[in-house]
Design a protein. Structure first.
Length: 222
């Protein structure tokens, strides 16, 4: 014998389904699930600084210059998207720029390169997640470092530089290309860091860096 379903139970079930379907929470959860995933961005990057990083005593009264990054580098960033509007990004910004080591009379006696890099971590807030241009911005914490600056002339002469924490911000946009997850990516990042250094005499000094990194490259959404 088949039991009939009570009209009151059926009515309650239908109302519950209707309320659940109309609930903003349910829609947002579904949207969040669809948006979740990784986005990888790789961009050739031009770095420029409004600070020269100073010139410091490097050895026996000489000076070393060229601390601020000014050259072509690369930015690699991975963002995990939690929802259409919020993600968490971890990235690396790196470049290698020329430096000079000067004698007391101001003549450059040696030149070379020194590598600069920043590891970044922070949230991204997407302003136009459903548009052709997915514009986002976000603050981040950065750990920056530069390799030692100097040269070998019988013995090594120059300055030792360590790493330090700072902050920064990014403004970027992703443009979808086709339907396979490929993107064209553009971004502008500002980084602020104060690094500790030691000159040839063992005396400490500060290197204040504030580069702006402009990158245009490609991305892929997984």
């Amino acid at each position: 014998m088949q039991k009939s379903v009570s009209p009151s139970v059926l009515l309650i079930a239908m109302l519950a389904i209707a309320l659940l379907a109309a609930s903003p929470g349910a829609a947002e959860v579904a949207e969040d699930e669809a948006a979740r995933g990784w986005m990888l961005r790789v961009s050739p990057t031009w770095m420029e600084s409004d600070r020269d990083g100073g010139s410091v005593v490097g050895y026996d009264g000489g000076t070393v210059s060229g601390f601020a990054p000014r050259d072509i580098g690369i930015t690699v960033a991975g963002e995990y998207r939690y929802s259409p509007r919020v993600g968490l990004e971890v990235g690396v910004v790196a470049t290698s720029s020329g430096v000079g080591v000067r004698a007391r009379d101001g003549v450059v006696v040696a030149t070379g390169t020194s590598s600069y890099g920043s590891f970044t971590l922070g949230p991204d807030f997407h302003l136009t997640p459903q548009s052709a241009a997915d514009v986002y911005f976000g603050p981040f914490l950065a750990y920056s470092a530069r390799t030692d600056v100097g040269f070998n002339h019988g013995e090594w002469a120059g300055v030792r530089i360590g790493g330090g924490f700072g902050w920064g911000a990014v403004l970027g946009a992703d443009f979808a290309v086709g339907e396979r997850g490929w993107q064209v990516c553009a971004s502008v990042r500002y980084l602020d860091a104060n690094l500790d250094g030691t000159d040839g005499n063992g005396d400490p000094f500060d290197v204040d860096l504030g580069p702006t990194a402009v990158g245009v490259g490609v991305g892929y959404r997984f």
